[in-house]
Design a protein around this ligand. Sequence first.
Ligand code: CTP
Length: 409
Amino acid sequence: MRVLLGVTGGIAAYKVALVLRRLVEDGHSVRVAPTAASLNFVGRATWEALSGHPAPTETFEDVPSVAHVRLGQSADAVLVAPATADFLSQMASGAARDLLGNALLATEAPIVVAPAMHTEMWNDPATRANVATLRARGVHVIEPAVGRLTGPDSGPGRLPEPDALVAALYGVVRGEGLSLSDASLPWGDLAGRTVVVTAGGTREPIDAVRYLGNRSSGLQGFAIAEAARERGAEVTVVAANVTLPLGEGISRVDVSTAEELSQAVESLAPAADAVVMAAAVADFRPAAVAESKLKKDGSGGMTLELVETPDILAGLVASRPAGQVVVGFAAETGDDAGSVLQHGAAKARRKGADLLVVNEVGGGRGFGTVDNTVTILDSAGARVGEASGSKLAVAGAVLDRIVERLRTE
Ligand code: CTP
């Protein structure tokens, strides 16, 4: 296949010479487009010698062949490695400042991006938002590996090893997404972890056709599942009445009622490293379900008797295996008795989950909206994080907190 290899200005560029070599050895035709900044780390001669082709940087090099369009159009797959924070920003904004930026806009081939930078830069909200934007557009963003960085510091931000980058590219080309079947690959801070996510809203039948439900769309739970998968986890979603599709490589169990959701979670949770209860579970269900459709009886009203459903989150907290991280969600509204956060903190202490993601709902916020704003509390009700933006950005913040807790097991 024809591969466009973009190299941007990070010290990890040296590792990409080995990626190029491996791709060429595997019989692929590789064109390298290094950015000007990247030439500070690895010179053009290396790319040209290893690829056997010119390695232009600027849009105005080789103008007669319209290289800025041809490079992108003729590629079957694109890999950008390392991708700097600045380059992610350029890509997310759609800017075309140099040859690589132009080529990325001109291509219809799948794009795999391997960011590498210092942990603080990777965690910066601007970078998180850019990554979320790119993922939402279908760009495959590989999580940086965790480990030693350029200086004495360490954390997430390392460029994965060359073989892992090549495997990621091949997985995407085969249509498998960022295949993580080989858990030994050093990418993803959730690699080798099992995550169970509940999503959507339960429906409690009243009669043959009616139910008690809620407006949860499942978008936030699905975003958490997709992001956990991209970070290397084995993910199972328990989806309550969600019609949305899920990304490849994610297991799915469809349920409808709180009772069904409870049973699914009970069977999956013991083997999980983290359980995220993003589903809006009914607190009450009708005491009896009429087999046929209830009719008006002429009395001008009717009373429905409700009974409480089991609190699944409480059950999880009570029976969790050592080291498991349990995450609850709380959709709250402020009222005379307290603010959204006060209610959230009280719930965090009451529920005892390791993390409680508090979300203000009502007035059009929260349910179904594409963007979301949340505060993340620990089991004592203390604020340990917050996020706003797309549901994928929120998912990233929640997963960051989960990863921190899994690391300190
Ligand atoms: N939850 C659950 N089982 C239930 C109800 C809720 O596991 N029967 C979970 C939800 O998935 C969510 C968390 O508990 O992660 C908080 O849900 P919420 O309905 O806000 O909590 P309640 O305990 O019902 O609190 P409230 O007193 O506000 O009704």
